[in-house]
Design a protein around this ligand. Structure first.
Ligand code: AP5
Length: 197
């Protein structure tokens, strides 16, 4: 069982690594970005409210995110563990998660911070923007996403280090090397690592 939070700037590889590690640990990969994009694609009420914020590289207001996360973490598949990717994104979301986990009698074991220099992040996202057409992967929005990360999300590094829950991993290596490092950090899932490339 594992309950992990993946922190890190946009483009750091949170989604890529969370997907692999979730498979390894047989737990859900819960990405607020993916959930929001699927709401935008489905033109739900939430998606329509969130879209303009996402297109500008701003955080979607907490009022829209917190109910969505409460509902997701209450689902049956999340009882045995999870990897959160893209949540919490600011101190108030982290405080909400603390209360929610207390209510659910759960504990987050580890917060993993993926470290990658800005120029590498920008290059990765521009390249994905060209290949996949993700709307917020354009230069102006990428710069704003990085600013929002520094102002609102980076303070979570101190928030979690003070509780000795935080581990920083060099995300500026090949995908495979970062996965190998993460497997070490998450020790308890090592037994199943052979099943994942
Ligand atoms: P979200 O989807 O969370 O985007 P993000 O944080 O900007 O993250 P990315 O998906 O760009 O990066 P990542 O770290 O997951 O890296 P990835 O593995 O994809 O959020 C999007 C928007 O939704 C936000 O701006 C906000 O508006 C809203 N939102 C989401 N959560 C919210 C919340 N909690 N509160 C409020 N608003 C919220 O990799 C990036 C690229 O690099 C890929 O092409 C990948 O193939 C490549 N790559 C990955 N690892 C490597 C490697 N080691 N070497 C080379 N390339 C690599």
């Amino acid at each position: 069982m594992a309950r992990l939070i993946f922190l890190g700037p946009p483009g750091a590889g949170k989604g890529t690594q969370a997907h692999k590690l979730a498979e390894l640990c047989e737990i859900p990969h819960i990405s607020t970005g993916d959930m929001l994009r699927s709401n935008v694609a489905g033109q739900t009420d939430l998606g329509q409210k969130a879209q303009a914020f996402m297109d500008r590289g701003e955080l979607v207001p907490d009022g829209l995110i917190l109910d969505m996360m409460r509902a997701r973490l209450s689902q049956a598949d999340a009882k045995a563990g999870w990897i959160l990717d893209g949540f919490p994104r600011n101190v108030s979301q982290a405080s909400f998660l603390d209360l929610l986990l207390e209510e659910m009698d759960q504990v987050c074991e580890r917060v993993v911070n993926l470290d990658v220099p800005d120029e590498v992040l920008v290059a990765r996202m521009l390249s994905r923007g060209l290949k996949e057409g993700r709307k917020d992967d354009n230069e102006e929005t990428i710069r704003r996403r990085l600013e929002v990360y520094r102002q609102q999300t980076a303070p979570l590094i101190d928030f979690y280090s003070e509780r000795l829950q935080l581990v920083s991993v060099n995300g500026n290596l090949s995908v495979e090397l970062v996965t190998a490092e993460l497997k070490q950090v998450i020790g308890s899932c090592d037994a199943r690592s052979a099943a994942v490339e």
